[in-house]
Ligand binder design. Structure first.
Ligand code: ASP
Length: 599
């Protein structure tokens, strides 16, 4: 080894020991007679001092050192002079007095300083990701991610799971996104697809008798990259036989509680995780990914609002839409600029407008509200009685701001749930140390696709309908609730799962409902249907996003922060400059001709 001690280890208790350390020059300070460097390795920083009276040779050589050079130094650990200690550094009470310096390698000027406190353009960070990862914060994230997967392995092994790798080159197994495909050289004109998830494979493993499977699996989805997606992401994929919904949830809940406790000990986790049905979640929060760290729940006021003279309300109510809202506590004193700003926000989420009713805090109670206590653009059309009734239904008190949106159910929910999250941010209602996990279950099995005028699986086509809803499969598929669920945390989806169909006829029926032809069924799912005829056990499982979990644990918004080598928003890898052209010979070997779009 080039070193016998890590930079982050020396302490007062090791003063006087002779050590050799190796690492990168984080910073050099030349004080004429003395030269200081902060030496960095993965364990931290150590102050190193070159004193010509101790070694003139090392001191002379130290004058040539620059940032990010790689060096090996030998010397004696000494206590720092009184007043020169650095309480921010674990090694801040000591320094290394150098007797020998070896320069192991040089570095050209780094593209940015290796420090957590600097702003660097995101593409530059990715182009020099190998440097970006040298930052202490990124090292910490890599270690946390390792710790999380290590715990997944350990915990699930203890629970009797077997890890099985499934192939990356498979056949297209549509799960809602576009496939990445790989041309076959030996089978001209044929293609493999990269798995969107190991869904069919893990179900086949249940037919094989594995009973408890898991894998830290890479999943590939060729989607237009919305906000925080990556073309490839990592899932904790698991599947269990002879289980019901609660059994799968229990395994995941134990695992996730343990992961949070051991990786972020000062976090608070909701235990047990909150459970709510899809219908309840939509009703209370307007979304199936509710952030449970704060209140501001929604109320439907369609009937009351429709009794007013406000045309918008009447029109929406008579066309079957809804009028809903929530209370922003203590915001009744918002000025014009603030309410305009909220209206703009609502419009950017698709609303036609935002109705607000501001209640002055000087009102003694809702019952005793007077005209003078109320500010609202619709004031002319809302009688005092209607306002009192709306305020009561919404649970408001004087001093509050009522935020109301009218329109189709879908639009109202989208706008209000975005607005609710936004208000929580503005009002600083979120405790950054809280991890509020919730199970959302009883999702409808199908979504109606307006554009295609057909049913699509709400999650994927392998989820089983609830036994008591079988009859609706023929009469009205939109009514069928599935045994499928999501895990959410702090407003993000952490994963989804279901109890699967394990019967050939039922599975075929679902394929039919979503409009697959016999040929498509046979081509894409023939293997699974065949397997189902050989004694498939009842089974179910989940796929859980590892990137999102790590991001939440380290308090990052973007999953690219917790992926060692992520792609940009436009699916580009700036480091390798992928995707890229390939050699003509490669194209020829693959029997492929490229026809580029005209522009
Ligand atoms: N394969 C599913 C997905 O990737 C998860 C599951 O149902 O297990 O969303």
């Amino acid at each position: 080894m080039y070193k016998d001690t890590n930079c982050g280890d020396p302490r007062e208790s090791t003063v006087n020991s002779q050590i050799t350390v190796a690492g990168w020059v984080n910073r050099r300070r030349d004080h004429g007679n003395l030269i200081f460097i902060d030496l960095r390795d993965r364990s931290g920083l150590l102050q190193v001092v070159f004193n010509p009276e101790i070694s003139e040779k090392a001191h002379d050589l130290a004058q040539t050192l620059r940032s990010e050079w790689v060096v090996q130094v030998t010397g004696k650990v000494v206590a720092r002079l009184q007043g020169a200690e650095n309480p921010d550094l674990p090694t801040g009470a000591v320094e290394l007095s150098v007797t020998d310096l070896v320069i192991l390698n040089q570095s050209i000027t780094p593209p940015f300083e290796i420090s957590d406190d600097i702003e660097v353009d995101p593409t530059t960070r990715l182009k020099y990701r190998f440097m970006d990862l040298r930052r202490p914060r990124m090292q910490e994230i890599l270690k946390l991610r390792h710790k999380v997967t290590h715990m997944m392995w350990n915990h699930l092994t203890e629970e009797g799971f077997t890890q099985v790798e499934t192939p990356i080159l498979i056949k297209s197994t549509p799960e809602g996104a576009r496939d990445y495909v790989v041309p076959s050289r030996v089978h001209p004109g044929d293609f493999y697809a990269l798995p969107q998830s190991p869904q069919q494979l893990k179900q086949l493993l249940m037919v094989s008798g594995v009973e408890r499977y898991f894998q830290i699996a890479r999943c590939f989805r060729d989607e237009d990259l919305r906000a925080d997606r990556q073309p490839e992401h990592t899932q904790l994929d698991l599947e269990m036989s002879f289980v019901h919904q609660d059994d799968v949830m229990a395994v995941v809940e134990d695992l996730y509680t343990r992961i949070v406790k051991e990786t972020v000990p000062d976090a608070t986790v909701s235990s047990p995780f909150v459970r709510l049905t899809y219908a309840e979640s939509m009703d209370r929060f307007g979304t199936d990914k509710p952030d449970m760290r704060f209140g501001m729940e929604m109320t439907t006021i369609t009937e009351t609002a429709a009794t007013s003279d406000a045309r918008v309300f009447q029109a929406v109510a008579s066309s079957g839409g809804s009028i809903r809202g929530f209370v922003a506590p203590g915001c009744g004193n918002y000025g014009r600029r603030q309410t305009d700003n909220l209206t703009e926000f609502a419009k950017s989420s698709g609303a036609q407008g935002l109705v607000f009713i501001a209640l002055d805090e000087s009102a003694p109670s809702i019952d005793q509200l007077e005209e003078a206590h109320i500010k609202s653009p619709l004031k002319k059309f809302l009688s005092l009685d209607v306002i009192k009734q709306i305020a009561t239904e919404m649970g408001a008190t004087p001093g509050d701001l009522l935020l109301i949106v009218a329109g189709t159910d879908k639009l109202v929910n989208t706008v209000l749930s975005n607005l609710r999250n936004e208000m929580a941010k503005r009002l600083e209602m979120v405790d950054p140390k809280e991890l509020a996990f919730a199970w959302v279950y009883d999702f409808p099995l199908f979504d109606w696709d307006e554009d295609l005028q057909k049913y699509e699986p709400a999650h994927h086509v392998f989820s089983a309908p609830k036994a008591e809803h079988m009859e609706y499969l023929d009469s009205d598929p939109s009514k069928v609730i599935g045994t499928l669920w999501d895990l959410v945390c702090n407003g993000s989806e952490m994963g989804s799962g279901s109890i699967r169909i394990h019967d050939k006829d039922l599975q075929t029926k679902l394929f039919n409902i979503i409009g697959y032809t016999e040929e498509q069924i046979d081509d894409r799912f023939g293997q699974l249907l065949t397997a189902f005829t050989y004694g498939a056990p009842p089974h179910g499982g989940m796929g859980l996003g590892l990137d999102r979990l790590c991001a939440i644990l380290v308090g990052e918004e973007a999953i690219r922060e917790v992926i060692a080598f992520p792609k940009t928003q436009s699916a580009v890898d700036p480091l390798f400059e992928a995707p890229s052209k390939i050699e003509d010979q490669q194209l020829e070997d693959l029997h492929i001709r490229v026809v580029l779009p005209k522009n």
